[in-house]
Design a protein around this ligand. Structure first.
Ligand code: ADP
Ligand code: MG
Length: 263
């Protein structure tokens, strides 16, 4: 697995005799977990020649470790922009995006690229598998950027394909798979580095209802069984229903509430 870049926060151990020592420790750990992603007054303005487009307007949102959040809103409301900022693909014009307490906007381009490889697994609407590579080779790609040996890579790729239920399709090319299976391979590729966050932009947008259910059920299982934190953009209220919390964006602003994690 990728080397852990951010050591766990040191929790001061109280002497065993101290009352509530255990509880205090729990509270500290919880506070850290609740702030896995913190968007603080994030504004993103794109400049089109003379015209400024405000894609995000002063958005503040917290996402806890282990949450599955659906992000909904009309086309052009800033959903993809928000995902790209959390994934370190794009930077806020003002405000901060902290992941595990790190303000990723302060990283250099090179450091940000390295951070992204270690911490983000991206799932696209159009799967983005390489057509001439097998399912195994597609899932192996992100690991080629790590120092793992071929043997170690095989162990991780096999485990990721098993998690998405496609261990028996390893040697298949994308065109030999159904749409739902292709997206499951793409999810295995997103998982294989054991990232901090899975980020999915309309992952069921190109799928029929049956395949969409297959993919949404898988995302929900990954959240519930291995505790993956997932942020998913969707237009579809049915898809959003698989998440634990739904956040609505409109014209670059958060609707309904404070953006606090659901307790
Ligand atoms: P959504 O994903 O909700 O459809 P986006 O985040 O893609 O919305 O876009 C929000 C707004 O920002 C839109 O008006 C869009 O045209 C604009 N926008 C998004 N990305 C760019 C970009 N790279 N350059 C310029 N404008 C952009
Ligand atoms: Mg979008």
């Amino acid at each position: 697995m990728a080397e852990e870049k951010f050591p766990p926060v040191e929790v001061q151990r109280e002497p065993d005799s101290a009352p509530l020592a255990g509880l205090n420790r729990y509270a500290t750990v919880r506070a850290v977990q609740e702030a896995l992603v913190q968007l603080r007054n994030v504004t993103k303005i794109y400049r089109h020649g003379e015209i400024d487009v405000t894609a995000l307007n002063n958005v503040s949102l917290d996402i806890a470790a282990g949450e599955f959040v659906a992000l909904m809103g009309p086309s052009g409301s800033g959903k993809s922009t928000l995902l790209h900022i959390v994934a370190g693909v794009d930077r806020p014009t003002s405000g901060q995006c902290l992941v595990q307490g790190l303000d990723i906007g302060t990283l250099s381009e090179t450091a940000l690229a390295t951070w992204r490889n270690q911490h983000i697994g991206f799932v696209f609407q159009t799967f983005n598998l390489i057509p001439v590579l097998t399912a195994f080779e597609n899932v192996e790609l992100p690991l080629l950027l790590t120092g793992l040996s071929a043997r170690e890579r095989r162990v991780h790729v096999t485990a990721a394909l098993e998690l998405v239920g496609l261990a028996d399709r390893m040697r298949h090319l994308p065109r030999q798979l159904s749409g739902g299976q292709e997206q499951r391979v793409a999810i295995a590729r997103a998982l294989v580095t054991d990232p901090t966050l899975i980020i999915a932009d309309e992952p069921t947008g190109n799928l029929d209802a049956h395949s969409a259910t297959e993919v949404l059920t898988l995302l929900q299982q990954l959240n519930q069984t291995i505790g993956k934190t997932i942020i998913m953009v969707t237009h579809d209220p049915r898809a959003a229903g698989y998440a634990q919390r739904i956040v609505h964006l409109e014209k670059g602003e958060l609707l309904n509430g404070t953006g606090e994690p659901r307790s």
